[in-house]
Design a protein around this ligand. Structure first.
Ligand SMILES: CC(C)(COP(=O)(O)OP(=O)(O)OC[C@H]1O[C@@H](n2cnc3c(N)ncnc32)[C@H](O)[C@@H]1OP(=O)(O)O)[C@@H](O)C(=O)NCCC(=O)NCCS
Length: 166
């Protein structure tokens, strides 16, 4: 599947993308927020049918990874998004376009009314990026995630309702 944004193109990730995606996820500025990643872990995640994984492309180059998953229970139905961009392409507006493009897809094509995203509370660049898309701060989730060294960090729950999206 392909989803075309203003700046980026999202295409379904396959096992052939694993080496490049691992290179992106293990680079220092991504690993700081995504934790430890191995080929085995990524290959297992790509096989999970509940999550939809995409490579982010610009001019045919693979520059990032983005995925969405859904809570299927009818009473709580919603989607969630995660994203990582290669070091060299951060801070150029590409993350905002990729998240906006995928959020449009899950609301307009898949039919979700609400999308969540959960950056570390200290990840101020990610929070700013998601606010540009229209996500709102819901609240801090204390000791939400675990770092590779075993320590816990706070997360920020953010959400977006379909009619808040440009
Ligand atoms: C987070 C990420 C997806 C954002 O994508 P991006 O393309 O770099 O972001 P954009 O350029 O679209 O927007 C970044 C915004 O944050 C601002 N910013 C940059 N560094 C910042 C910082 N340390 N604190 C606050 N804002 C910051 C930029 O100025 C820009 O805002 P502006 O357009 O108002 O000037 C990308 O940087 C990334 O993948 N980072 C590493 C992995 C990661 O953190 N993933 C998210 C985990 S939840």
């Amino acid at each position: 599947m392909e989803i075309v944004g203003d700046l980026v193109r999202l295409r379904t990730a396959t096992v052939d993308d694993v080496p490049r995606v691992i290179e992106i996820l293990t680079s220092p500025s991504v690993a700081e927020w995504w934790g430890d990643y191995t080929v085995e872990k990524l290959e297992k995640e790509l096989k999970d049918p509940k999550t939809h994984h995409f490579v982010i492309e610009v001019d045919g180059r693979s520059i990032g990874f983005i995925q969405w998953w859904e809570e299927p229970e009818p009473e709580f139905r919603h989607a969630g998004i995660d994203i990582a961009l290669a070091d060299s392409v951060q801070d150029k507006g590409l993350g905002t376009d990729a998240v906006r493009t995928l959020a449009r897809h899950v609301t307009r094509e898949v039919g979700h009314h609400r999308v969540t995203i959960d950056p570390a509370a200290a990840n101020t660049r990610a929070i700013r990026c998601y606010e540009k898309v229209g996500f709102k701060r819901v609240g801090v989730m204390r000791s939400y995630g675990r770092r590779p060294d075993g320590s816990w960090y706070d997360g920020l729950l953010m959400d977006l309702l379909a009619d808040e999206l440009e």
